[in-house]
Design a protein around this ligand. Structure first.
Ligand code: GLC
Length: 343
């Protein structure tokens, strides 16, 4: 998860390559309306493990969305693992029970008047051999698109793949996502589609993020900076697990945050598109709730003048806002997002 800049290259096999607004062209003719993400909650670690429930926690139920809506959130992002729920060769049929389960959860969220970002998360093979896996990934999106035909466009949005990393980078991003985008566009010509960049979609990926020439494709990035603070003691990021004890913000952290906000401003000025922060958060194992709340407040207040939406990580099963044991929102976490603390 160390982020470095790689220059984006227009993938040769991408049909729309010539028409694409290349990130390095500079300037833009018009400004595209931002997705109204607003204040957004990730339903993290729920539908994204290999099997629902296998990372602990509890399954999503309708009451979760009612609670999230009542707290004042506008949007939920629902991370879903698909690659192990399909047949292993064309036409890569998605297990019907899984598609039904995802549809039930999306329906519950929409019924609670929340906007929904439905994604593909942890499609592991795509990060190892992106172009070889692109048709499989596209076949999954064809089935998702078919299942959600007729759903409201203003409140259900598709995010093609979470956090490209490994071999999946800006040199092949568009070519890899083309089958998925074409599958979605065949039945949803104008629905919002979301694309994040290489290196785990860190903020520096915005500078070279290639997007297709499509006004309804929206950019996203993730913000866990400084990573040595937010992921201290996080075993899953090994082998270099940041040691516990790092505090936030240092003087350097404040300067970095201000620079990062400028990166968003520069992106909007250059492309006319407003990205949103699809994930941000701090791991609770070694960081107190008060310090986690302070992190969220600091990040939110810094980026607020840009007008971007922000999705916090996460509801209850990891980096929690809602405490299952006590049946309460953790103190100060909603206030850190500018929401009321009363129930
Ligand atoms: C990414 C991972 C998710 C993890 C989170 C925080 O979204 O996909 O599994 O919990 O980042 O590290």
């Amino acid at each position: 998860m160390i982020r470095s800049l790689t220059m984006g290259l227009c993938a040769l096999s991408f049909a729309a390559c010539g028409a694409m607004a290349h990130p390095n062209e500079g300037g833009h003719g018009s400004t595209v309306a931002a997705l109204p993400v607003g204040t957004c909650m990730n339903m993290g670690n729920m539908l994204e493990p290999a099997q629902e429930g296998s990372w602990g926690g509890a399954p999503i139920v309708a009451a979760d969305f009612a609670r999230i809506g009542a707290a004042g959130f506008d949007t939920v992002r629902i991370p879903v693992r698909w690659h192990n729920k399909t047949s292993q060769e064309a036409p890569w049929t998605v297990d019907e029970a899984w598609m039904d389960r995802v549809q039930t959860v999306v329906d519950q969220a929409l019924a609670a008047d929340l906007n929904v970002i439905l994604n593909s998360h942890h499609f592991d093979p795509i990060h190892e051999d992106p172009l070889a896996v692109a048709q499989w990934h596209g076949a999954v999106w064809k089935q998702i698109a078919e299942r959600f035909a007729g759903y409201p466009e203003d409140t259900l949005w598709f995010e093609l793949e979470n956090e490209p990393h490994g071999q999946f980078d800006h040199s092949n991003l568009l070519a890899t996502l083309t089958p998925a985008l074409e599958a979605v566009r065949a039945t949803h010509p104008t629905r919002a589609v979301i694309v994040g960049g290489e290196n785990w979609s860190g903020i520096d990926s915005l500078a070279t993020l290639p997007l297709p020439d499509d006004p309804n494709v929206h950019p996203t990035f993730h913000y866990y900076d400084p990573f040595v603070f937010t992921h201290q003691g996080a075993g899953w990021v090994g082998p270099d697990i940041p040691p516990p004890g790092r505090t936030f913000p240092t003087k350097e952290d404040r300067a970095q945050l201000a620079e990062d906000v400028e990166k968003v401003r520069a992106y909007v000025a250059r492309t006319g598109k407003t990205p949103f922060m699809g994930e941000t958060g701090a791991y609770d194992r070694h960081i107190s709730t008060a310090d986690r709340a302070a992190y969220h407040r600091t990040v939110r207040e810094a980026f607020a003048p840009t007008g971007i939406g922000m999705c916090v990580w996460a509801y209850a099963n990891t980096f929690p806002f809602w405490d299952r044991d006590s049946g309460e929102w953790l103190p100060g976490m909603r206030a850190s997002l500018g929401l009321a603390e009363e129930d």
